[in-house]
Design a binder for this molecule. Structure first.
Ligand code: OGA
Ligand code: MN
Length: 297
């Protein structure tokens, strides 16, 4: 078997979202194979692998090739008894600790609906996420796609005036803000402390390719030095621009897909599905090496 990486839609998105075939990533990888996958990530931003029967141990082993793994501390389960044993695996499911589907009004479920807003993983942490790796263990019979937007294209297609205006802007990101957009405000004092805003550059340069991208997320609720309404109006305009359909790849899941994305150059969002059906996805997350504030402009 030789590994190949081919764009999913070569006619309209030759440089964004590719499918990798000819490799079983649940088995130990050579340094050369891991290097080829990392270069594929640099080029395409999103990589799709089909038929990868991961458990948490093999998913952790594969993910560890790409850097330090982040703790799964971005949800309301943090510090509580969790369904998933490893503290490095994010529970992206609608299941409780007994594997029962969460009730429609369950607080954890309502918090997790924040994933339906465009975001970049862990932009609310001082050191945010580099890669996310999402493994589809059980999927509903319909719906539940994940959409990805190419934020390099979003940046490149801005006019020069806007590029100059936003070049050095710094945003405040917090899950308190993204959840409030959906009307969720049921936070404890501890949640509020843990989700205090962090600073992130609005324009990033990819450390490997040097390409610039818009670093946006629904977690961004302010721009340092700007009046809040003006900041939010600009951020909404930029998200609208960057998520035009021509920049978006919509992934329709098959069981045992593994999709891996670069949070430095993409945003993503979940799409709805029947709340009575099971959707069980496990996510590992590779951390960036430093805060965007410490990255070269
Ligand atoms: C995530 C996420 C979207 C989805 O795992 O980070 O946003 O479709 N998931 O579950
Ligand atoms: Mn996410």
């Amino acid at each position: 078997m030789t590994m190949s990486i081919r764009p999913i839609d070569p006619a309209s998105r030759p440089f964004f979202a590719a499918e990798v075939s000819g490799i079983d990533i649940t088995r130990p990888l050579s340094g050369e194979q891991a290097g080829a996958i990392e270069r594929g990530m640099d080029q395409y931003g999103v990589l799709v692998f089909h038929d990868q029967r991961f458990d948490d141990d093999t998913q952790l082993a594969f993910s560890g090739h790409f850097g330090e793994l982040e703790e799964a501390s971005g949800d309301l389960n943090w510090g509580k008894k969790r369904r998933i044993g490893s503290a490095l695996v994010n529970d992206i499911s609608n299941l409780d600790n007994d594997n029962q589907v969460l009730a429609r009004d369950n607080r954890r479920r309502l918090f997790s609906l924040g994933n339906r807003l465009w975001h970049s993983d862990s932009s609310f942490k001082a050191v945010p996420a580099k890669f996310s790796l999402l493994s589809a263990r059980l999927i509903p019979s319909a719906g539940g796609n994940t959409e990805f937007a190419d934020m390099r294209a979003g940046y490149d297609t801005l006019d020069d005036e806007t590029k100059a205006e936003i070049e050095d802007l710094v945003c405040e990101h917090s899950q308190l803000y993204s959840r409030s957009l959906l009307g969720f405000s049921d936070f404890t004092d501890e949640d509020r402390e843990r989700f205090k805003p962090v600073l992130q550059r609005l324009v990033r340069r990819h450390p490997s390719t040097g390409q610039r991208s818009l670093y946006l997320a629904s977690h961004a609720g302010a721009i340092v030095g700007w009046p809040v309404p003006e900041a939010r109006a600009l951020l909404r305009d930029l998200i609208e621009h960057a998520t035009q359909r021509r920049f978006v790849y919509a992934h329709g899941w098959r069981q045992w897909d593994l999709v891996m994305w670069d949070n430095r150059s993409t945003m993503h969002r979940a799409r709805p599905f029947d709340a009575g059906q099971v959707r069980d996805m496990h996510r590992t997350t590779v951390a960036c090496e430093r805060s965007t504030m410490a990255e070269a402009a």
